[in-house]
Ligand binder design. Structure first.
Ligand code: ATP
Ligand code: MG
Length: 205
């Protein structure tokens, strides 16, 4: 490309960016509300829990406090649990699950664990010191009807107005999606599991 062409391209780019900036500023000036959000990460692709913990890192960076309730994955030692335990003053972290549902093979026990996790979740949601509460894999407990969806939706809708709550897990129920402010579906396109690669430290747990 010759020099004059590049100068022209750069000028056109600058004009386009100026227009885009004006458009964005006009749009942003209409977004004035500030309140606690109900966020749902669902879908069959990887990244639901990772994205939730990424938000926790953001909140901690601002000096905010975060609560985490892990449903389901009870016995696993995870990188996130080890990491967040370094911030005992800023993070309340509860691992409530008894393990995967196919590990326990005991519905009554799973229901009891889910009920205990929900009680702890309500307690965190009511805790005025916590800005963000992550209910990791709550969708799994709902999917197997370990918890009543209406009871859970009511508890989430009645949260304090400034409280952010993030629910993760596949197969989110439509009743939950209906009351959420943000729903992101992680879509599976490719996963190393299909090529015979097992879950890896630092990536999957
Ligand atoms: P992550 O915790 O890695 O963000 P996730 O929360 O989106 O994953 P889960 O349904 O909670 O997904 O599954 C957790 C584990 O299963 C992780 O080890 C993840 O890599 C793995 N996993 C996620 N999606 C798939 C998939 N489509 N096929 C196989 N394994 C998967
Ligand atoms: Mg997950």
């Amino acid at each position: 490309m010759s020099k004059p062409d590049e100068a022209e391209t750069n000028q056109r780019h600058a004009q386009a960016m100026k227009a885009l900036k004006a458009e964005r500023e006009a749009l942003m000036s209409t977004k004035t509300e500030e309140r606690g959000l109900l966020l749902v990460h669902t879908g069959d692709g990887k990244g639901k829990s990772t994205a939730a913990f990424g938000m926790a890192a953001r909140a901690l960076g601002w000096g905010q406090k975060v609560g985490v309730v892990q449903y389901i994955k009870g016995k696993w030692v995870t990188g996130e649990r080890q990491f967040f335990s370094r911030f005992p003053d800023q993070v309340r972290y509860e691992v409530m699950g008894e393990g995967f549902t196919w590990d326990t093979q005991d519905r009554a026990r799973d229901v009891a664990a889910a009920e205990a996790a929900w009680a702890r979740s309500l307690d965190m949601i009511a805790d005025p010191t916590l800005s963000l509460v992550i209910l990791d894999e709550l969708n799994i407990a709902l999917r197997y009807d370990y918890l009543d969806i209406h009871k859970v939706v009511e508890g989430l809708v009645r949260r304090p107005p400034d409280k952010h709550v993030c629910v993760t897990g596949r197969n989110a129920k439509p009743e939950l999606l209906a009351v959420a402010d943000l729903v992101t579906e992680m879509r599976l396109e490719k996963h190393p599991f299909e090529a015979g690669v097992k879950a890896q430290r630092g990536i999957d747990f």
